[in-house]
Design a protein around this ligand. Structure first.
Ligand code: TEU
Ligand code: CA
Length: 510
């Protein structure tokens, strides 16, 4: 069976994972020293956010050279070593490719190869993904397109060189042992070459263009040419499940992130609808469903679930919106058991397994360009990108040198790996146990009748998951409790908790 179908994939944000050389910035030496931690956690693969030389304008998503490693992280030889070492521990490596744009310091842009980008005499009415106009004027009066920051000029995918170059980059990393690639902003790279003004109701000039499919088919041929076929994982921000599913084909992408849980409020019927819609979208397309509770772009899950409005929205990160972290943590534990019990693959963003909350990074320390681009209104995404706490009672919590590239909060001593290791009630212990147990899960999902506000489903081989979102404690089907996100009270599953059980006798499926 293909490994990615049921994989647990751990996302590493290299800048903030572990610092091996003491300069306050995460690096490959840091990751290598923590590989045993990742193997013990029980994940199957590591996805690295971009680790290539970069202008540093957007957390590495402004790549200068795909065939090297940013010197701040290490060397190419070290990356190859890391990939091999991880593999011996059973961990596959996924690299990140950003086809929509490159850095303004990429040789193509520096050398003025304008036909590889989008240059025009005047801007159109498009809006940048980070707000404002996506056009910047050069001293000679011409304008170039960048859907993100000015340091990220958009590539012209109508040009054969752009296609050939990316195919070569894929081979470069697949040849070095990468088991797959995460395709950044995968619905954006192709533009209508006329660059017409955007107008409501008309075909979108740069989102989800039909021409993308041919590009991903050529990538699939490359991925399939390896003895162990490499996996193509799309970052497809497409709310319409039918449009989303068009990319998941046996000759196109293997799988894509399902971001539905990020937008879904903590509500049983909404979650059930989200799960059903996701499974229905994947059923005909021979692709595993995926489940995502957090990543480097969104509010940390314990903070999100501790708010009155539990759904995440890009339009406002709502810094300062109060969050009850005790409640948020309870729910995040239950949500983790839910996500890990569902059929398909699950993503774990570094620090999620520690229950880290969003940190309100002091304004003068924020590095995310989203903050400046929004005129300082949006706090940006740094609050979920803070260096991980490994040990000790004060910053940098065993991360490495100081000062760390983003400051860490003063009150994280109870959240370190060291503090949580071996504690039966910790988030880390819950993740370790769940990741181990989920390896035994098989089969599709069958809903069980569990009453108002309760999600319950069975999978093959005598396994059921019950999540209680109702205001009262509820009884569990008879059987052995394998794992619970909060202690049972008088044998009942409390509010905002989940349990995995081995039902006895086998549950009746409704
Ligand atoms: O993000 C793509 C993307 O469009 C969103 O996740 C983005 O953060 C949001 O739309 C902002 O409104 C990817 C990366 O995950 C993100 O970190 C990069 O900044 C972005 O691409 C540009 O490469
Ligand atoms: Ca370092």
């Amino acid at each position: 069976m293909s490994w990615w179908l049921n994989a647990a994939i751990y996302q590493i944000y290299p800048r903030s994972f572990a610092d091996g050389n003491g300069d306050g910035i995460g690096d490959l030496a840091g990751v290598r020293s923590r590989l045993p931690y990742l193997a013990e956690l029980g994940v199957d693969a590591l996805w690295f956010n971009p680790w290539y030389p970069s202008s540093g304008a957007d957390g590495g998503y402004d790549v200068i050279d795909y065939r090297d490693i940013d010197p701040v992280y290490g060397t190419l030889a070290e990356a190859e070593k890391l990939i091999a070492e991880a593999r011996t521990l059973g961990l596959r490596t996924i690299v990140d490719i950003v086809p929509n744009h490159v850095s303004h310091l990429h040789p193509w842009f520096v050398n003025g190869e304008r036909e590889l980008f989008w240059f025009r005499d005047r801007p159109n009415n498009w809006v940048s993904e980070f707000g404002g106009s996506p056009w910047t004027q050069l001293p000679d009066g011409s304008w170039y397109l960048h859907l993100f920051t000015p340091e990220q000029p958009d590539l012209n995918w109508s040009h054969p060189l752009v296609r050939a170059e990316h195919e070569d980059i894929l081979r470069f990393w697949f040849d070095r042992g990468a088991a797959g690639v995460r395709i950044d902003s995968a619905v954006l790279p192709v533009k209508d070459p006329a660059l017409p003004d955007f107008s409501e109701g008309e075909r979108h000039p740069f989102v989800d263009r039909d021409e993308l499919h041919d590009i991903y088919r050529s990538w699939r041929r490359i991925a399939d040419s390896y003895e162990e076929p490499r996996a193509l994982i799309g970052e497809l921000w497409l709310p319409d499940p039918a449009r989303f599913a068009r990319y998941l084909r046996s000759d196109e992408l293997h799988t894509a992130f399902n971001f539905d849980f990020l937008a879904c409020p903590w509500d049983a019927s909404r979650l059930r609808t989200s799960i059903e819609t996701t499974l229905a979208a994947h059923a005909p397309v021979d692709a595993p469903a995926t489940w995502v509770l957090s990543n480097h772009d969104v509010t940390r899950v314990v903070t999100r679930y501790g708010r009155a409005d539990t759904s995440f929205s890009f339009s406002s990160k709502r810094a300062g919106t109060s969050s009850d972290l005790t409640l948020g943590t309870r729910r995040a534990r239950a949500a983790a058991l839910l996500a890990m019990a569902l059929p398909g693959a699950v993503y774990v963003y570094q620090g999620e397994e520690l229950g880290l909350p969003e940190y309100e990074v002091p304004l003068d320390a924020i590095r995310d360009p989203m903050h400046a681009r929004s005129g300082g209104v949006d706090p940006g995404r740094d609050g979920c990108r803070v260096p991980l706490p490994w040990s000790g009672g004060t910053a940098p919590y065993g991360f490495g040198g100081t000062p760390t590239w983003l400051p860490q909060p003063a009150d994280w001593s109870a959240l370190t790996v060291e503090a949580q290791d071996g504690d039966p009630g910790s988030m880390l212990t819950l993740y370790r146990s769940a990741l181990r147990l989920r390896r035994g899960l098989a089969g599709s999902l069958r809903w069980l009748d569990a009453g108002e506000g309760v999600l319950a489903f069975a999978r093959d081989g005598g396994f059921a998951c019950v999540v209680n979102l109702s205001p009262a404690a509820v009884p569990l089907p008879e059987g052995a409790v394998l794992l619970a996100s909060s202690p049972l009270v008088d044998g009942l599953l409390p509010t905002d908790a989940a349990a995995w059980i081995r039902p006895r006798p086998p549950v009746t499926v409704c």
